[in-house]
Design a protein around this ligand. Sequence first.
Ligand SMILES: NC(=O)c1ccc[n+]([C@@H]2O[C@H](COP(=O)([O-])OP(=O)(O)OC[C@H]3O[C@@H](n4cnc5c(N)ncnc54)[C@H](OP(=O)(O)O)[C@@H]3O)[C@@H](O)[C@H]2O)c1
Length: 312
Amino acid sequence: MSRDGPQIGVVGATGAVGRVTVALLHERGYTNVRAFASSRSAGSRIGTLEVELASPETLGAGDLDVCFFSVGTSASRELVPVAADAGAVCVDKSAAYRLDDGVPLVVPEVNGGRALEHRGIVANPNCCSIPLTMALAPLRDAAGLRSVRVATYQSASGAGAQAIERLRGETPDEHDLRMDWTLDGAELDEESKIRDETRKILELPELPVSATCVRVPVLVGHAEAVWVETEQPLAPADAERILSSAAGLCYERFPTPGKAMGTDEVLVGRVRTDAASGNGLAFFLACDNLRKGAALNAIQIAELVLPIRAAA
Ligand SMILES: NC(=O)c1ccc[n+]([C@@H]2O[C@H](COP(=O)([O-])OP(=O)(O)OC[C@H]3O[C@@H](n4cnc5c(N)ncnc54)[C@H](OP(=O)(O)O)[C@@H]3O)[C@@H](O)[C@H]2O)c1
């Protein structure tokens, strides 16, 4: 690493997550940032950065210390190993490596220590799994978890820059709910990702998790209604106190995507008894999916691993 800080690559820098990654890196004082994307936008500019072509030649040159990928699963499968083999620590935001043995799947506030076990690649979880596990981990520690049910209300930006433009182009009369994920048997792949990732992050491989995912006509910010059954009884007031003081969580009476947008915290509130199950608790959360749900979590992972430091 050079004396003026790490050399950082942002691959997918023209996308919804990549643009936030570049902005957050600059906010945090990192100066040696390079932007990469496909041939569609190579040569364009993001602020002062010229976008370079992401290719095996550019990413395999060995001059990057850390590389953030937000390019989708197939491009990640092709390009992440090239950059990792060339010596960069790669933080990948796609689903390509999340469930691979030997690839840590990390939410720093929950299982940050796992990041240190990486062999060149650390996976960033799904934008719903991150806030969900941040709320579940302190409840697991306090009372044990017997089961989790979650209903998501996910914003258009979770589906990328084109989906943002599509929503912006709609009239209010055209707004509708969407379920724009891939059916995987009876479930959407987003729903099985939430179950599999939650189990891996919390290190509870048998935890029953049931998710229903819906896209709502909101630009930024995902919300989740969560119902948990705990092993031991936990009064709502105690659960609220535990959630309010957990790392990265912030108590908000009525958490909404609008309140979460632009913030780094996961907003949690509406903590109450779930009368439909034994030891049942219900709560609601909201999170900026582009920040803590993606770019910020990835940068925090990299800061754990290197640890990278902005030049003073
Ligand atoms: N949006 C979210 O809230 C969120 C949260 C967590 C994880 N993720 C994950 O992050 C990834 C990107 O999501 P996004 O929402 O930012 O999507 P997006 O807005 O569609 O951006 C995709 C980016 O990937 C680049 N790209 C696509 N194919 C490429 C290739 N073959 N080589 C190099 N660059 C390529 C695009 O560059 P061009 O400009 O050249 O097309 C663009 O910069 C996805 O895997 C997604 O699942 C997204």
